[in-house]
Design a protein around this ligand. Sequence first.
Ligand code: G4P
Length: 548
Amino acid sequence: MSDIKHLQHEIGRRRTFAIISHPDAGKTTLTEKLLLFGGVIQLAGAVKAKRGRANAVSDWMEMERERGISITTSVMQFPYEGLEMNLLDTPGHADFSEDTYRTLHAVDGAVMLLDCAKGVESQTSKLFRVCKHRSIPIFTFVNKMDRPGRDPFDLVGEVESVLGIGVFPITWPIFRSGTFRGVYHRLDKRVYLFDQELAKSSAKSGAEIAPFKISGVDDPMLRTELGEEGYAQLQEDVELLEVAGDEFDRERFLAGEVSPMFFGSAINNFGLKAFLNTFCELMPSPGPHEANTGTIAADKDEFSGFIFKIQANMNRAHRDRLAFVRICSGRFRRGIKVHHVRTGRDIRLANPTLFLAKERSLVDEAYAGDVIGVFDTGIFEIGDTLTEGSKFEFARIPNFAPEYFSRLVSLDPLRRKQLTRGIEQLAQEGTVQLYRPLRGLAGEMILGAVGELQMEVTKYRLQDEYGVKVRLDRLKYQVARWVRPKEDKTLDVEALHRECPGLVVLDVKERPVVLFEREWAVGFSEERLPDVIFDETAQGVVVRDGQS
Ligand code: G4P
């Protein structure tokens, strides 16, 4: 095979994605099943249990202690039916942080996992918005169908109205006397029946009776399986779906406008095969990425990638950090020299690591779509581009609106310089967001974070690495919006102070941000200032102190 053919073949086998969900929807269970089907693990229960964590601090320390494990599970590469899956973890619970959002900038698609009794929950919406913003394809899997849940049409309606995306159910649940009986695959016209007893006796093959093909929803076989009532309901449901929906539109799916929906039960291995087969068929392999010089094709004959996550080592003896690189084009080989575009330096990456689900192993080769971990001695920042020599840069990963805010109070007034240096460095690195009130006491610092854990990490690292003790006083703000003027207008900072029921601050790049206590205040401000755009991510203009 020629080099380019080989490259294209390898990239074509990659599927790089994340599972987005609210805690408890079944993400760990689904991940485990993927590994089980991929032959990586033999028994359910092998994925590290993540429950029983008391609070953010101990949680993080625990994560540190079990470092090897937590890092390998943050990216998992595993084979599945001839494909190479790269599953990137989006930590929830106490680990929820800006990293969770940034990870979604490194994937080509997502699986949105819903609990059939709960529908769209808050964390799912937040993660979904990032995916929607990137216009990446999103699959929906409605889990826990073995338990009583909400009406499936209700769930479809909720996803459409709350998340603003079209839904195309590919499988549809069928019931007998109100009890879940299985799913009907609308494209294949196959019925998959659920067997609770089988689920109990076979952990590996699960609760699925071999699917059978039917001639259509009026097949008499279904009448026997579902009883009169269940049969009539399926007829009615499918008719409604046919009336409501067009054909499955692949283009709209790829653009993130319509989500194929599946129903099943992860713990019982039910409905997963139907889902996974369609997932493998529809989920695209790595495509092009936008850079400041134009579009970079995945099969470009030059390695390139960007850093989407930096994990600091908490062990004082090991000051190094691990940077996660999403490869966007070409092939990475161990020992190659890479160009760090922001600093213009050529570097050799130390110990590049691949995160195979079974183990961490040194990279010999990795391709577009893969994620490698490299040791960072302090030169990398989130969003940095690495190439084999070219000078282009990929679009930066934005800052995301924090929801936790604290005033930073130094407990070591004599170590002011160290504090300023430390906090600025941590903010540059993306550990926490730093703001300075536009009108306030000189030197006043406000920290913003997407998750509470980020605050704990910041406090710990300031003391551990910079020798500064601080106190973080929680502020009542919960919403941040970067502000910029509408086209042809200039930003009237005075008006921001006057009209917004919130605090006007500048971020580290001197972009203006307004912090609000409640969501309604954003709408209120938008009405009062029609010439101003309030963004959930940072992309705004720069304002210097005193400008108005
Ligand atoms: P998460 O990572 O999204 O937080 O969810 P996780 O997989 O840990 O699942 C949360 C709970 O839901 C677990 O129960 C898990 O067993 C259960 N679960 C997952 N999939 C299904 C399903 O299809 N049907 C039903 N009925 N339950 C499901 P738990 O009691 O919290 O923990 P465990 O003791 O079972 O491990």
